[in-house]
Design a protein around this ligand. Structure first.
Ligand SMILES: [Zn+2]
Length: 486
């Protein structure tokens, strides 16, 4: 009997985690972090109903935190096996997980300090009984917010990564092998075909992972692993199409030319993994094509600098255009004018330059990081431009700028917004509805049993309608903890 259990990204977009069991083996695909929602912390502490230490193998589709963020819990629970993924994914995951452990520690220490102050004030004059009740509440709360894992546990996890190239097949457990396919989503991302021998029968289970758009920079376009008897398909943007990449690129070029003419700075808040490199690549292409004069482009985020270096190391994942550049002795992410900052001083020094530079910095939603300094210095300048190139969550500074705020608060100062803010919608790392439907096309003839995951209920319903109409496939909407017999 083959069973598939859903322990995350079931009716939501974070916490990816699936466990496939046969009579002979049990393997996990992804162990991501739940993010964003109020109950995320609670969900992150609830473990899948399997013995983590006894899993036979783990597969990782890609290194976004919502796919890899809880992997260190495996070593915490005695897991000794391998984690199969591309070499690039292993490298990106190392950066992401170290950062995650560090941020969790920072958050926890800050919470403890805050609580310490709070408690001193509160306990002043309280009865003993009240005091001990307060202490219990405090302790429960701090248990809940303690880091999920330490930097040392991340360190112990790293030797478990076992690299596998796209198109290569590896036997990962008794009766189970996998093949990885380009997903075109972020550096190293893959879709996975898992082939299971169960007595006389052979079954192909395809995990889409996160599917990227066609035509994204540097990475090859997504490839559909066919055939499939069972398909788990992501549905993040199952209800809409993004603005076209061509139109978005033209908008970016027009903004850069405006800034050139008015000699203003261009500030681009961007996620360190993927979006930063996409933007830098596009600017490089403008300059290489003679559409834009060479201009200083500064990548100012330690994580983005590290990830950009990984792009130079993993040329085996490049698409045709990126390979062509390599043959011309050009690296896709380095051209005259590109510069990385290496220290906080260097980063702050950028604020002395009043115009004529493009600064790509993190974090992507402007909730922290070096981008805040750049916004503080440039928002009051009417010649400056702020270009929003990614999703901005509710309540973030990035969202306030998108919504046209006249004043924003940064480091406790009221800052008047006189710079022009532009929102560009076409740089998504996810395929939209049409892209997802096209991706399924090669699987139509195998008529797979379809599970829609990694999407909220609205988007997955709408995607299901499209797939029903186009391919007569009917979809199931798994919930957390559901177990399907295949
Ligand atoms: Zn992703």
């Amino acid at each position: 009997m083959i069973q598939l259990a859903f322990y995350g990204a079931a009716g939501e977009v974070t916490g990816s985690c699936y466990v496939l069991s046969t009579d002979r083996a049990q393997v996990m695909v992804d162990m991501g972090m739940f993010q964003g929602e109020k109950d995320a912390d609670e969900k992150n502490r609830r473990l899948p109903a399997v013995e983590l230490g006894k899993l036979d193998a783990v597969v990782l589709t890609h290194a976004h935190l919502d796919h890899c963020g809880r992997l260190p819990l495996l070593v915490q629970h005695g897991y000794r096996g391998r984690i199969h993924c591309t070499a690039a994914t292993a490298d990106v995951a190392e950066i992401i997980l170290r950062d995650s452990a560090y941020l969790q520690k920072e958050d926890y220490e800050r919470a403890l300090r805050h609580r310490g102050n709070h408690k001193r004030q509160k306990n002043h004059g309280a009865s003993n009984h009240k005091q001990s009740r307060n202490n219990i509440q405090e302790r429960n709360r701090s248990d809940r917010e303690a880091p999920l894992y330490t930097e040392q546990e991340v360190e112990r996890l790293l030797p478990h990564f076992s690299p596998l190239g796209y198109g290569q097949t590896a036997a990962i457990a008794e009766g189970i092998s996998i093949t990885l396919f380009d997903a075109g989503h972020i550096l190293g991302a893959s879709s996975v075909r898992m082939t299971i021998q169960d007595g006389e029968r052979t079954m192909n289970v395809v995990f889409s992972g996160d599917v990227g758009p066609v035509g994204a920079p540097i990475l090859r376009d997504p490839r559909t692993p066919a055939p499939a008897d069972v398909l788990l398909l992501e549905s993040t943007y199952g209800d809409r199409d993004h603005r076209s990449l061509d139109a978005t690129r033209d908008e970016l070029l027009a903004i850069l030319k405006q800034a050139e003419a008015s000699h203003g700075n261009v500030i681009i808040p961007a996620f360190a993994v993927g979006r930063t490199q996409d933007i830098v690549f596009h600017i490089g292409e403008f300059i290489r094509a003679g559409k834009l004069d060479p201009t200083p482009v500064i990548i100012d985020s330690p994580m983005a600098v590290s990830v950009t270096q990984l792009y130079a190391r993993h040329t085996q994942v490049y698409d045709e255009r990126a390979v062509e550049l390599l043959h011309q002795q050009m690296k896709p992410l380095s051209f005259p004018g590109v510069r990385f900052t290496h220290s906080v001083e260097e980063s702050k020094g950028l604020n002395d330059v009043k115009g004529g530079q493009v600064i790509v910095s993190a974090n992507g939603m402007c909730t922290g990081g070096r981008i805040l300094h750049h916004l503080r210095h440039n928002l009051p300048d009417p010649n400056a431009h702020v270009v929003i190139v990614g999703y901005q969550g509710n309540g973030t500074l990035g969202r306030r700028l998108v919504d046209g705020a006249k004043f924003v608060s940064i480091f406790g100062n009221d800052i008047k917004v006189r710079a022009k803010t532009h929102t560009l919608g076409g740089f998504s790392a996810h395929a939209g509805q049409t892209g997802l439907a096209n991706w399924v096309e090669p699987l139509q003839s195998s008529n797979p049993r379809l599970f829609l995951t990694h999407g909220e209920d609205g988007p997955r319903r709408e995607l299901a309608n499209v797939l029903q109409k186009r391919y007569a496939l009917s979809a199931t909407f798994p919930q957390y903890g559901n177990i399907a017999t295949l």
